[in-house]
Design a protein around this ligand. Sequence first.
Ligand code: GLA
Length: 374
Amino acid sequence: MVISTPPMGWNSWNTFGDNISEDVIKTIADAMVSKGLKDAGYEYVVIDDCWALKERDKDGKMVPNPDRFPNGMKALSDYIHSLGMKFGIYSCAGLLTCAGFPGSFDHEFTDAQTFADWGVDFLKYDFCFFPKTAVGRNYYNRMSMALKATGRDIVFSACNWGLDEVEKWIRSTGAHLYRSTGDIGERFSAARSISMSQWDKEKYSATGCYNDMDMLFCGMDGIGNVGHPGLCTDIDYKTHFALWCMVGAPLMLGNDVRRMRPEMVDLVTNKDLLRIDRDEECRVPIITKTKGEMHPTYFKHLSNNEFAIALFNFAEDEGRSDFRPWDIGFPKTAGFKLDLREVFTGEEIKGVDDYFSAELAPHDCKVYLGKYSV
Ligand code: GLA
Protein backbone atom coordinates (compact mmCIF):
# COMPACT_ATOMS: atom_id res chain seq x y z
CA MET A 1 0.00 0.00 0.00
CA VAL A 2 1.41 3.40 -0.96
CA ILE A 3 0.70 6.28 1.41
CA SER A 4 1.63 9.01 -1.02
CA THR A 5 1.40 11.93 1.42
CA PRO A 6 2.16 12.10 5.17
CA PRO A 7 -0.78 10.71 7.18
CA MET A 8 -3.04 13.14 9.07
CA GLY A 9 -5.31 12.43 11.99
CA TRP A 10 -5.67 12.51 15.76
CA ASN A 11 -4.16 10.37 18.53
CA SER A 12 -5.47 10.05 22.09
CA TRP A 13 -2.17 10.05 24.02
CA ASN A 14 -1.20 13.72 24.35
CA THR A 15 -4.45 14.75 26.00
CA PHE A 16 -6.11 11.64 27.34
CA GLY A 17 -3.30 9.25 28.35
CA ASP A 18 -5.08 6.34 30.04
CA ASN A 19 -8.35 8.30 30.31
CA ILE A 20 -9.78 6.91 27.10
CA SER A 21 -13.20 5.46 26.40
CA GLU A 22 -15.60 4.77 23.58
CA ASP A 23 -17.37 8.00 24.45
CA VAL A 24 -14.18 10.06 24.25
CA ILE A 25 -13.17 8.58 20.90
CA LYS A 26 -16.64 8.96 19.38
CA THR A 27 -17.10 12.55 20.55
CA ILE A 28 -13.63 13.48 19.30
CA ALA A 29 -14.43 11.92 15.92
CA ASP A 30 -17.72 13.86 15.83
CA ALA A 31 -15.85 17.08 16.59
CA MET A 32 -13.34 16.36 13.85
CA VAL A 33 -16.23 16.26 11.42
CA SER A 34 -18.14 19.28 12.78
CA LYS A 35 -15.05 21.51 12.96
CA GLY A 36 -14.00 20.76 9.40
CA LEU A 37 -10.86 18.83 10.35
CA LYS A 38 -11.99 15.73 8.53
CA ASP A 39 -12.62 17.76 5.39
CA ALA A 40 -9.16 19.31 5.71
CA GLY A 41 -7.63 15.81 5.58
CA TYR A 42 -7.41 14.66 9.22
CA GLU A 43 -8.69 11.14 8.64
CA TYR A 44 -7.12 8.70 11.13
CA VAL A 45 -8.66 8.51 14.62
CA VAL A 46 -6.10 6.60 16.66
CA ILE A 47 -6.51 5.11 20.13
CA ASP A 48 -3.12 5.00 21.85
CA ASP A 49 -2.07 2.88 24.84
CA CYS A 50 -4.37 1.63 27.66
CA TRP A 51 -7.34 0.31 25.68
CA ALA A 52 -6.84 -3.39 26.54
CA LEU A 53 -7.29 -5.63 29.53
CA LYS A 54 -4.07 -6.78 31.20
CA GLU A 55 -4.75 -10.40 30.27
CA ARG A 56 -5.38 -11.97 26.90
CA ASP A 57 -8.41 -14.26 26.50
CA LYS A 58 -8.28 -18.07 26.40
CA ASP A 59 -7.50 -17.98 22.67
CA GLY A 60 -4.56 -15.65 23.25
CA LYS A 61 -6.36 -12.63 21.81
CA MET A 62 -6.21 -9.12 23.19
CA VAL A 63 -9.42 -7.93 24.85
CA PRO A 64 -10.61 -4.31 24.91
CA ASN A 65 -11.31 -3.09 28.44
CA PRO A 66 -15.13 -3.54 28.68
CA ASP A 67 -15.50 -0.69 31.19
CA ARG A 68 -13.97 1.71 28.69
CA PHE A 69 -15.11 0.14 25.42
CA PRO A 70 -18.40 -1.60 26.33
CA ASN A 71 -19.33 -2.32 22.71
CA GLY A 72 -15.90 -3.56 21.67
CA MET A 73 -13.61 -2.28 18.95
CA LYS A 74 -15.55 -3.45 15.90
CA ALA A 75 -18.54 -1.30 16.84
CA LEU A 76 -16.28 1.70 17.43
CA SER A 77 -14.48 1.15 14.18
CA ASP A 78 -17.84 0.90 12.36
CA TYR A 79 -18.83 4.22 13.90
CA ILE A 80 -15.61 5.96 12.79
CA HIS A 81 -16.00 4.48 9.31
CA SER A 82 -19.61 5.68 9.16
CA LEU A 83 -18.25 9.23 9.56
CA GLY A 84 -15.95 8.69 6.59
CA MET A 85 -12.81 8.43 8.72
CA LYS A 86 -10.34 5.67 9.49
CA PHE A 87 -9.69 3.80 12.69
CA GLY A 88 -6.32 3.39 14.38
CA ILE A 89 -5.11 1.41 17.36
CA TYR A 90 -1.90 0.88 19.32
CA SER A 91 0.29 -2.05 20.30
CA CYS A 92 3.92 -2.66 21.11
CA ALA A 93 6.78 -4.75 19.72
CA GLY A 94 7.78 -5.66 23.28
CA LEU A 95 6.29 -7.94 25.92
CA LEU A 96 4.20 -5.13 27.38
CA THR A 97 3.12 -1.71 26.19
CA CYS A 98 4.73 1.32 27.80
CA ALA A 99 1.81 1.56 30.23
CA GLY A 100 2.01 -2.17 31.09
CA PHE A 101 -0.71 -3.70 28.92
CA PRO A 102 -0.07 -6.76 26.73
CA GLY A 103 2.47 -6.24 23.95
CA SER A 104 2.48 -8.12 20.68
CA PHE A 105 5.90 -9.77 21.07
CA ASP A 106 5.49 -13.34 19.75
CA HIS A 107 1.74 -12.70 19.23
CA GLU A 108 2.17 -10.68 16.04
CA PHE A 109 0.12 -12.85 13.69
CA THR A 110 -2.80 -13.30 16.11
CA ASP A 111 -2.87 -9.59 16.94
CA ALA A 112 -2.63 -8.43 13.33
CA GLN A 113 -5.59 -10.65 12.45
CA THR A 114 -7.55 -9.40 15.46
CA PHE A 115 -6.92 -5.81 14.38
CA ALA A 116 -7.91 -6.58 10.79
CA ASP A 117 -11.11 -8.27 12.04
CA TRP A 118 -11.94 -5.11 13.98
CA GLY A 119 -11.55 -2.98 10.85
CA VAL A 120 -8.34 -1.30 11.98
CA ASP A 121 -6.74 0.96 9.32
CA PHE A 122 -3.67 2.19 11.25
CA LEU A 123 -1.42 0.55 13.84
CA LYS A 124 1.01 2.52 16.01
CA TYR A 125 3.64 0.07 17.19
CA ASP A 126 5.72 1.03 20.22
CA PHE A 127 9.00 -0.33 21.62
CA CYS A 128 8.72 -0.69 25.42
CA PHE A 129 9.70 -3.93 27.18
CA PHE A 130 11.44 -5.17 24.07
CA PRO A 131 13.77 -8.09 24.94
CA LYS A 132 17.41 -7.00 24.86
CA THR A 133 18.40 -10.19 23.06
CA ALA A 134 16.02 -9.64 20.13
CA VAL A 135 16.65 -7.53 17.02
CA GLY A 136 14.19 -4.63 16.72
CA ARG A 137 14.27 -4.54 12.95
CA ASN A 138 13.11 -8.15 12.69
CA TYR A 139 10.17 -7.56 15.00
CA TYR A 140 9.04 -4.45 13.14
CA ASN A 141 9.36 -6.46 9.95
CA ARG A 142 7.49 -9.36 11.51
CA MET A 143 4.50 -7.20 12.45
CA SER A 144 4.59 -5.53 9.06
CA MET A 145 4.40 -8.95 7.39
CA ALA A 146 1.63 -10.03 9.78
CA LEU A 147 -0.43 -6.95 8.88
CA LYS A 148 0.08 -7.39 5.16
CA ALA A 149 -0.79 -11.09 5.40
CA THR A 150 -4.26 -10.17 6.67
CA GLY A 151 -4.97 -8.69 3.26
CA ARG A 152 -6.31 -5.48 4.83
CA ASP A 153 -4.70 -2.11 4.06
CA ILE A 154 -3.29 -1.06 7.42
CA VAL A 155 -0.93 1.89 7.83
CA PHE A 156 2.02 0.70 9.90
CA SER A 157 3.31 3.42 12.22
CA ALA A 158 6.56 2.30 13.84
CA CYS A 159 7.51 3.98 17.11
CA ASN A 160 10.98 3.05 18.39
CA TRP A 161 11.85 6.68 19.23
CA GLY A 162 14.71 6.90 16.72
CA LEU A 163 16.76 4.09 18.30
CA ASP A 164 19.10 1.74 16.38
CA GLU A 165 19.43 4.28 13.52
CA VAL A 166 15.85 3.44 12.60
CA GLU A 167 15.82 5.89 9.68
CA LYS A 168 18.33 3.69 7.85
CA TRP A 169 16.31 0.46 7.87
CA ILE A 170 12.68 1.18 8.65
CA ARG A 171 11.69 1.73 5.01
CA SER A 172 12.82 -1.80 4.24
CA THR A 173 10.36 -3.22 6.79
CA GLY A 174 7.32 -1.90 4.92
CA ALA A 175 6.42 0.66 7.61
CA HIS A 176 4.73 3.87 6.48
CA LEU A 177 5.94 6.21 9.20
CA TYR A 178 8.50 5.99 11.97
CA ARG A 179 8.84 7.94 15.19
CA SER A 180 12.29 9.44 15.26
CA THR A 181 12.48 10.94 18.75
CA GLY A 182 11.39 10.54 22.35
CA ASP A 183 8.02 11.79 23.55
CA ILE A 184 6.91 15.34 22.93
CA GLY A 185 5.50 17.56 25.70
CA GLU A 186 3.51 20.74 25.33
CA ARG A 187 6.32 23.31 25.30
CA PHE A 188 8.09 25.21 22.55
CA SER A 189 11.49 23.84 23.54
CA ALA A 190 10.26 20.31 22.74
CA ALA A 191 9.19 21.24 19.19
CA ARG A 192 12.48 23.09 18.74
CA SER A 193 14.74 20.31 20.02
CA ILE A 194 12.86 17.58 18.11
CA SER A 195 13.21 19.62 14.91
CA MET A 196 16.90 20.29 15.46
CA SER A 197 17.56 16.62 16.25
CA GLN A 198 16.23 15.68 12.79
CA TRP A 199 18.07 18.29 10.71
CA ASP A 200 20.55 15.74 9.39
CA LYS A 201 18.02 12.90 9.20
CA GLU A 202 15.17 14.41 7.19
CA LYS A 203 16.84 13.12 4.04
CA TYR A 204 15.57 9.64 4.91
CA SER A 205 11.93 10.78 4.85
CA ALA A 206 10.21 10.36 1.47
CA THR A 207 7.05 9.22 -0.23
CA GLY A 208 5.65 6.11 1.38
CA CYS A 209 7.63 6.21 4.65
CA TYR A 210 7.74 9.42 6.68
CA ASN A 211 9.74 10.73 9.60
CA ASP A 212 7.20 11.05 12.43
CA MET A 213 8.30 13.78 14.85
CA ASP A 214 5.45 12.85 17.26
CA MET A 215 1.94 14.11 17.73
CA LEU A 216 1.18 17.82 17.57
CA PHE A 217 0.54 19.78 20.74
CA CYS A 218 -1.12 22.69 18.91
CA GLY A 219 -4.17 23.89 20.82
CA MET A 220 -3.70 21.68 23.87
CA ASP A 221 -3.97 24.83 25.98
CA GLY A 222 -2.30 23.19 28.96
CA ILE A 223 -4.86 20.42 29.26
CA GLY A 224 -4.15 16.72 29.57
CA ASN A 225 -1.51 14.05 29.76
CA VAL A 226 1.46 15.93 28.27
CA GLY A 227 -0.09 19.39 28.71
CA HIS A 228 1.76 22.14 30.55
CA PRO A 229 -0.60 24.93 31.62
CA GLY A 230 0.62 28.38 30.66
CA LEU A 231 3.74 27.30 28.80
CA CYS A 232 2.60 27.77 25.20
CA THR A 233 1.43 30.84 23.33
CA ASP A 234 -0.37 30.79 20.00
CA ILE A 235 2.95 31.80 18.42
CA ASP A 236 4.46 28.60 19.81
CA TYR A 237 1.65 26.53 18.31
CA LYS A 238 2.01 28.34 14.98
CA THR A 239 5.76 27.74 14.71
CA HIS A 240 5.41 24.12 15.89
CA PHE A 241 2.90 23.48 13.09
CA ALA A 242 5.00 25.31 10.48
CA LEU A 243 8.08 23.29 11.46
CA TRP A 244 6.22 20.00 11.00
CA CYS A 245 4.79 21.13 7.63
CA MET A 246 8.12 22.36 6.26
CA VAL A 247 9.63 18.88 6.64
CA GLY A 248 6.58 16.94 5.45
CA ALA A 249 5.92 15.28 8.81
CA PRO A 250 2.80 13.24 9.62
CA LEU A 251 0.23 15.56 11.23
CA MET A 252 -1.46 13.83 14.14
CA LEU A 253 -3.39 16.22 16.36
CA GLY A 254 -3.06 15.57 20.09
CA ASN A 255 -5.45 18.07 21.60
CA ASP A 256 -9.04 17.79 22.84
CA VAL A 257 -10.70 18.61 19.52
CA ARG A 258 -14.07 19.06 21.23
CA ARG A 259 -12.88 22.27 22.87
CA MET A 260 -10.51 23.43 20.15
CA ARG A 261 -10.46 27.20 19.69
CA PRO A 262 -11.33 28.55 16.21
CA GLU A 263 -7.82 30.05 15.93
CA MET A 264 -6.36 26.59 16.35
CA VAL A 265 -8.73 25.08 13.80
CA ASP A 266 -7.63 27.82 11.39
CA LEU A 267 -3.98 27.06 12.08
CA VAL A 268 -4.10 23.32 11.49
CA THR A 269 -6.38 23.62 8.46
CA ASN A 270 -4.31 26.37 6.81
CA LYS A 271 -4.44 25.31 3.17
CA ASP A 272 -1.03 26.69 2.28
CA LEU A 273 0.70 24.90 5.15
CA LEU A 274 -1.08 21.64 4.38
CA ARG A 275 -0.07 21.97 0.75
CA ILE A 276 3.55 22.44 1.85
CA ASP A 277 3.35 19.44 4.18
CA ARG A 278 1.67 17.16 1.68
CA ASP A 279 3.29 18.28 -1.54
CA GLU A 280 3.34 15.37 -3.95
CA GLU A 281 7.08 15.64 -4.59
CA CYS A 282 7.77 15.08 -0.88
CA ARG A 283 11.01 17.07 -0.91
CA VAL A 284 12.82 17.68 2.32
CA PRO A 285 14.03 21.25 2.85
CA ILE A 286 17.50 22.72 2.49
CA ILE A 287 18.14 24.11 5.96
CA THR A 288 20.68 26.92 6.35
CA LYS A 289 21.90 28.34 9.63
CA THR A 290 24.14 31.22 8.62
CA LYS A 291 22.62 33.41 11.37
CA GLY A 292 23.13 30.62 13.87
CA GLU A 293 21.12 27.61 14.96
CA MET A 294 18.48 29.81 16.63
CA HIS A 295 17.64 31.46 13.29
CA PRO A 296 17.35 28.66 10.74
CA THR A 297 15.97 29.20 7.24
CA TYR A 298 14.20 26.38 5.39
CA PHE A 299 13.86 26.28 1.61
CA LYS A 300 11.65 23.54 0.19
CA HIS A 301 10.96 22.71 -3.46
CA LEU A 302 7.30 22.05 -4.22
CA SER A 303 5.53 20.65 -7.25
CA ASN A 304 4.42 22.97 -10.11
CA ASN A 305 7.80 24.74 -9.95
CA GLU A 306 6.84 26.41 -6.70
CA PHE A 307 8.70 26.50 -3.41
CA ALA A 308 8.36 27.48 0.23
CA ILE A 309 10.72 29.53 2.35
CA ALA A 310 10.41 29.66 6.14
CA LEU A 311 12.29 31.96 8.49
CA PHE A 312 12.33 30.90 12.13
CA ASN A 313 13.30 32.58 15.35
CA PHE A 314 13.96 29.78 17.86
CA ALA A 315 15.39 32.22 20.40
CA GLU A 316 13.84 33.61 23.56
CA ASP A 317 14.41 37.21 22.37
CA GLU A 318 13.15 39.15 19.41
CA GLY A 319 15.48 38.79 16.47
CA ARG A 320 16.04 39.05 12.77
CA SER A 321 16.03 35.95 10.57
CA ASP A 322 16.89 36.09 6.89
CA PHE A 323 16.94 34.44 3.51
CA ARG A 324 20.30 34.65 1.74
CA PRO A 325 19.78 33.39 -1.81
CA TRP A 326 23.46 32.66 -2.33
CA ASP A 327 23.32 30.21 0.60
CA ILE A 328 21.25 27.89 -1.57
CA GLY A 329 23.09 28.61 -4.82
CA PHE A 330 20.78 31.28 -6.26
CA PRO A 331 22.89 34.19 -7.59
CA LYS A 332 21.73 37.75 -8.25
CA THR A 333 22.76 37.22 -11.88
CA ALA A 334 20.28 34.36 -12.33
CA GLY A 335 18.03 36.41 -14.59
CA PHE A 336 14.87 35.60 -12.69
CA LYS A 337 13.32 36.58 -9.41
CA LEU A 338 11.16 35.12 -6.67
CA ASP A 339 7.63 36.27 -5.89
CA LEU A 340 6.56 35.43 -2.36
CA ARG A 341 3.35 35.41 -0.35
CA GLU A 342 3.43 34.96 3.42
CA VAL A 343 0.93 32.29 4.36
CA PHE A 344 -0.25 33.72 7.71
CA THR A 345 -0.57 37.41 6.81
CA GLY A 346 -0.93 37.43 3.02
CA GLU A 347 1.98 39.91 2.83
CA GLU A 348 3.53 39.86 -0.64
CA ILE A 349 7.17 40.34 -1.52
CA LYS A 350 7.71 40.52 -5.27
CA GLY A 351 10.87 40.39 -7.32
CA VAL A 352 13.26 38.98 -4.75
CA ASP A 353 16.77 38.49 -6.15
CA ASP A 354 18.68 39.38 -3.04
CA TYR A 355 18.90 39.04 0.69
CA PHE A 356 15.80 39.81 2.72
CA SER A 357 15.10 39.54 6.39
CA ALA A 358 12.25 39.75 8.89
CA GLU A 359 12.09 40.88 12.48
CA LEU A 360 10.49 38.06 14.47
CA ALA A 361 9.09 37.91 17.98
CA PRO A 362 10.54 35.15 20.21
CA HIS A 363 9.64 31.71 18.74
CA ASP A 364 7.86 33.28 15.76
CA CYS A 365 8.20 32.44 12.09
CA LYS A 366 7.25 33.56 8.63
CA VAL A 367 6.40 31.06 5.92
CA TYR A 368 6.33 32.14 2.27
CA LEU A 369 4.95 30.31 -0.73
CA GLY A 370 6.89 31.31 -3.80
CA LYS A 371 6.93 31.24 -7.58
CA TYR A 372 9.60 32.17 -10.10
CA SER A 373 9.20 35.41 -12.09
CA VAL A 374 11.28 37.43 -14.52
C1 GLA B 1 5.49 5.73 24.44
C2 GLA B 1 5.24 6.45 23.11
C3 GLA B 1 4.13 7.47 23.30
C4 GLA B 1 2.87 6.79 23.82
C5 GLA B 1 3.17 6.04 25.11
C6 GLA B 1 2.00 5.20 25.57
O1 GLA B 1 6.05 6.59 25.39
O2 GLA B 1 6.41 7.06 22.65
O3 GLA B 1 3.87 8.14 22.07
O4 GLA B 1 2.37 5.92 22.84
O5 GLA B 1 4.28 5.18 24.95
O6 GLA B 1 2.29 4.48 26.74
